[in-house]
Design a binder for this molecule. Structure first.
Ligand SMILES: NC(=O)c1ccc[n+]([C@@H]2O[C@H](COP(=O)([O-])OP(=O)(O)OC[C@H]3O[C@@H](n4cnc5c(N)ncnc54)[C@H](OP(=O)(O)O)[C@@H]3O)[C@@H](O)[C@H]2O)c1
Length: 286
């Protein structure tokens, strides 16, 4: 009796594995236990210790998806993993090619989503940034996405999502945010390119382009931007809400909501596009 029930479980597990290998897996309804008490659905989140990567990871884990979390600071990763049993820490620098092997080694099965949310280490205007800062920014956001794809590509299949965070300066340039403007515009172009590469494999590609979000990151940026513009911090922070017709910051929860939305099968229709989540900051219609 015991033996037959073990056999049945083994059969169920094998059929679940084959479903994961050969069919799309759409959302929590298809949540499968892999026999060791862990969800069989997986995702990789780069920037998991950050405001938005963290929100994305929490949304995925709330749907029972295991998250392989990437960031450089191993201690912060371990602290986060101590809070979330579905989080596996994967310390790696996405700006370095060594991240490819490190992330690939941490991924142990098919991936539901890869999420690229690493922040830029450089900012400034054409007058204040070092010329090489532009290359640094490209290396993190475009090169980083390429490394993430090299590491995880073999585990992407029908129904998987490739998601990258860009930003509204891509289409609403501001002179004091040269790097986010240039690099996020390039990223939108790159998302289109990737959609042609991955679409035939039924893997969809998406950019989420947030407006200003009240976060430690934007407060750090505001301090230097205020000094550059010769205004005080409050004035600089106020400029981030004044520029939006809703006159407020975009919420972190809104970005998490978009990540959840992209898990829906209907989100196939958003393949290759940019989700403009700027809260009324865009002025152009293209
Ligand atoms: N916050 C906003 O208002 C806003 C608005 C529009 C767009 N965005 C975009 O959203 C992204 C994330 O923003 P955020 O506010 O979440 O930033 P954040 O809180 O500063 O988080 C950045 C995350 O990226 C990780 N990271 C940075 N460089 C990395 C590298 N080389 N390799 C691996 N991980 C790296 C950081 O961890 P480690 O430092 O430990 O590596 C951290 O986990 C950025 O690209 C930003 O441009 C943000």
């Amino acid at each position: 009796m015991r033996l037959s029930s073990v056999k049945l479980c083994a059969l169920c597990f094998e059929s679940a594995c084959s479903m994961l290998r050969s069919e799309r897996v759409d959302g929590a309804a298809h949540h499968i236990d892999d026999g060791v008490g862990m969800s069989a659905e997986r995702a990789v989140v780069v920037g998991v210790t950050g405001t938005l990567g963290g929100a994305a990871a929490r949304k995925l884990m709330s749907r029972g998806i295991r998250v392989i979390g990437v960031a450089r600071d191993a201690e912060r990763l371990d602290a986060l993993a101590a809070e979330h049993k579905l989080l596996t820490p994967c310390p790696a620098d996405i700006a370095d090619d060594s991240a490819i092997d490190t992330i690939a080694a941490a991924v142990d099965g098919p991936l539901r989503m890869i999420f690229m949310g690493a922040g830029l280490p450089v900012r400034g205007s054409a007058e204040t940034a070092a010329p090489g800062d532009f290359a640094t920014a490209i290396n993190v956001k475009i090169g980083g996405l390429v490394r993430l794809l090299r590491a995880t590509g073999p585990q992407l299949g029908a129904g998987s999502r490739i998601v990258v965070l860009s930003g509204y300066h891509a289409t609403e340039p501001r002179p004091h945010e040269a790097m986010p403007g240039v690099i996020n515009a390039a990223l939108h172009n790159f998302v289109r390119q990737l959609s042609d590469l991955w679409g035939p494999r039924e893997v969809t590609v998406h950019a989420i382009s947030p407006g200003a979000i009240d976060s430690p990151r934007i407060r750090r940026i505001a301090e230097t931007a205020a000094a550059e513009r010769g205004v005080d911090l409050a004035t600089q922070l106020e400029s981030y809400t004044a520029e939006a017709s809703l006159k407020k910051f975009v919420s972190v929860d809104a970005i998490a909501w978009a990540v959840g939305l992209l898990l829906d099968p209907e989100a196939d229709a958003l393949h290759g596009s940019v989700l403009a989540m700027d809260g009324g900051r865009l002025r152009s219609i293209l």
